[in-house]
Design a binder for this molecule. Structure first.
Ligand SMILES: [Zn+2]
Length: 319
């Protein structure tokens, strides 16, 4: 079921799996439009909201979890989530503020105040908007599964839980061993997922180098037999390896383009960004540019020179 998404992807998918316990996977943002689209599509599938017994969450992003509480109140269903998502249900304001802080800090480190301040204002209003579409979940409804290697009942079948950090370090996918189907969340999509800026699992004051874990996750799924992928956005597909190869190659190719710009003497992230993405400013592209910088830094090809007065200088490591 496609639900509206105000954060640039157009729509977000919620999946209905019928069974002795009718199960939803993800549930969209908490808006009236999303709520009515969900109910209409359930009706088309011959069900009403009160016939939903379980809701399973793939990761702690508003377009996947936002409406969970509303769904649970109307259906009296259980909400299943991994131990990585759980804190986002119980301590949402704290964790959201930490995520916003790390995003703001990353932006102010890399952007000069004239550009950075405008973006921070824009970002501030977006982050307040997100909180309006993300209902706090009643603890008593929650069931927790381990984020990797456990299993969950979807409809009438047990599916394996596979940890898939990168787009979000709270993200797990669900795999049906016998049919080789995969609910891929935002790990495998027809487009490259965004390695979203977020706090590191080990320390809320450090930014996660999401691109590194994302490449590991790609590798993990490349080595699996997958017959059909049901992604968090856009339509399903049956050629995950083709998509993975294409996306990974593209990441490395763009990273090299980024390296060439830095070697040519461009040391400011905004200038790199403008050369890499000729269009207007948007957050996914900023996340992606930062990801190329992270990769180049991990490969020891560049270093970041901190500067008291202005943004970080990105320079090649002299050979
Ligand atoms: Zn998403």
């Amino acid at each position: 079921m496609e639900l509206p998404n105000v954060y640039g992807m157009g729509t977000v998918n919620s999946y209905l799996v019928k069974g002795s316990v009718n199960t939803l996977i993800d549930c969209g943002e908490d808006t009236d439009e999303s709520w009515s689209r969900l109910n209409i599509q359930l009706q088309e599938a011959g069900l009403s909201i009160d016939q939903i017994g379980r809701l399973i969450i793939t990761h702690a992003h508003v377009d996947h979890i936002g409406m969970a509480q509303r769904v649970a109140e109307a259906s009296n269903c259980e909400i299943w989530m991994s131990d990585k998502v759980y804190p986002w249900a119980t301590q949402l304001p704290l964790l959201w503020n930490q995520r916003v802080e790390i995003m703001k800090r990353s932006m102010s480190l890399f952007l000069s105040p004239d550009i950075g301040n405008g973006l921070l204002d824009m970002f501030h209003s977006m982050s307040q908007q997100v909180m309006k579409q993300w209902g706090i979940i009643d603890k008593s409804r929650i069931k927790v599964f381990d984020h990797d290697g456990s299993s969950v009942m979807i409809g009438d079948v047990m599916w394996e839980v596979i940890y898939a950090p990168g787009h979000s370090n709270t993200q797990s996918c669900f795999y049906n061993k016998s049919t080789q189907q995969l609910f891929s969340a935002d790990m495998l999509l027809k487009i490259t997922p965004t390695p979203v800026m977020e706090v590191a699992s080990i320390d809320p004051w450090i930014r996660e180098k999401s691109i590194i874990t994302m490449l590991d996750s790609y590798e993990k799924f490349k080595n699996m037999s997958i017959s059909m992928v049901y992604p968090g956005h856009y339509e399903e597909f049956d050629d995950p390896i083709v998509k993975i190869d294409h996306q990974v190659n593209r990441i490395y190719q763009r990273k090299e383009e980024c390296y060439d710009l830095i070697k040519s003497g461009i040391s400011d992230l905004v200038l790199i960004f403008q050369k890499m993405y000729k269009g207007r400013w948007h957050f996914p592209a900023f996340n992606m540019t930062l990801a190329y910088i992270d990769l180049l830094e991990a490969e020891n090809k560049i270093k970041l020179v901190h500067n008291d007065k202005g943004p970080i200088h990105i320079v090649p490591v002299e050979s």
